[in-house]
Design a binder for this molecule. Sequence first.
Ligand code: SAM
Length: 449
Amino acid sequence: MFPPDFSSRTRSLLGDEYRLLEAALQDDATVSVRINRDKNAEEPSAERVPWCETGYYLPERIAFTFDPLFHAGAYYVQEASSMFLEQVVKAYIEEPVRCLDLCAAPGGKSTHLCSILPANSLPVCNEVIRSRANILAENLIKWGNPNVVVTRNDPADFGRLTHFFDLIVVDAPCSGEGMFRKDPRSAGQWSLSNVTLCAARQRRILRDVWNALKPEGICIYSTCTYNTEENEENLAFLIEELGAEALPVPLQAEWRVTGALKYPYPAYRFFPHKTKGEGFFMAVVRKVGGRVGETPDYGFGKENRKKSKAQSLFPDEVKSRLLHPENFHIERRGNAIQAFPVRQSDVFQYLAGRLSFVSSGLCLGEIKGKDYLPAHALALSRELNRDSFAAIALSREEAILYLRKETLVLPGEKGYALVCYKDLPLGFVKRLENRTNNLYPQEWRIRHE
Ligand code: SAM
């Protein structure tokens, strides 16, 4: 069933336990979700993922595409083992941070970071592949945090930002052995040469980005594979070649997390025959200081953002759409109106000149003639002032029609209205004299039957 080289290598790694792993891989993959508490989403009455406060195992896979709450960003479907990130953040991140999630699409760890980093942190979520970067941006818009940047850059582009980030997450592209159960195609794509290629690429990614981590900053390295070349050997590379110090993460015995299988450094392995989740590896290191003086003075927070003339050229009503307009710089760029968190706006500006932005801050809408058109991102943002729009509660059937971008008949006062399902916003419609325009983004609409 599995590639013979994979079986023999993993058997020599695990000894007798390999039988148990192979048996566990015949079972169905677990299904788990992480709830978005920033949206006050309802928590399911289901078994909790023990290492993640908002993680739940579902008894079976549901058709998420046809659940309007999924599109409202009420939850993210995420493999349980990777939610262990929460324990690292709990153990090591106390103050607001500038955080780079370097290999971020489709957004499992990015949305999680948005939920668990201290308030006023700035997650920069990067994905090098264009189509995947767009999916990442979509998932982050649904999650609704206005204080986030999505970029599409090579790891080396970040390496030029000397000592910029307090925290870097490298959830590296890998040979995917841990996904054999969840995605059986990954077994067909496995090869020994790909393991070697992945391990070398992971080291290149780590080396390329390393300069961007502050002295004393934290780097979280993870993969979803079992072999030691892509895991412990790369942890050893971080320690022995890049001079990092490995850090322990507090564990509870009942989680049945496995330690490192090579080298005496702390590392965290999730095997499906022991822990309820898919195969996963995580290690945490601190960049050893000593060269703090080399950190450039970025000058953030010292001067006010230069006011562009365009800043005031948007209707007053725009501010009323936000819950806390005083926390945002609002700018008009062309016809688009964009909000940036005041506390980070100089950082946004600095990065905009150096990275390839896919999205940043919160898009509030656009000006068309005399009209202000609210953006879809505003409907899904936790910063939306819901009282500033008429709201329409949709049934499940109406919500699916809306998400398919079909025509809805919604009588009521003319103008923009927020459509909601189970009290969570799904997007906007515009009611006219005798019809309702469905403003759901064309490229996001549900296409399958
Ligand atoms: N962190 C994501 C999450 O939690 O949803 C999963 C990331 S996935 C394991 C690895 C990502 O790295 C993929 O999206 C892939 O496109 C990206 N990637 C591929 N080659 C890369 C490279 N050379 N440098 C950086 N990222 C790369």
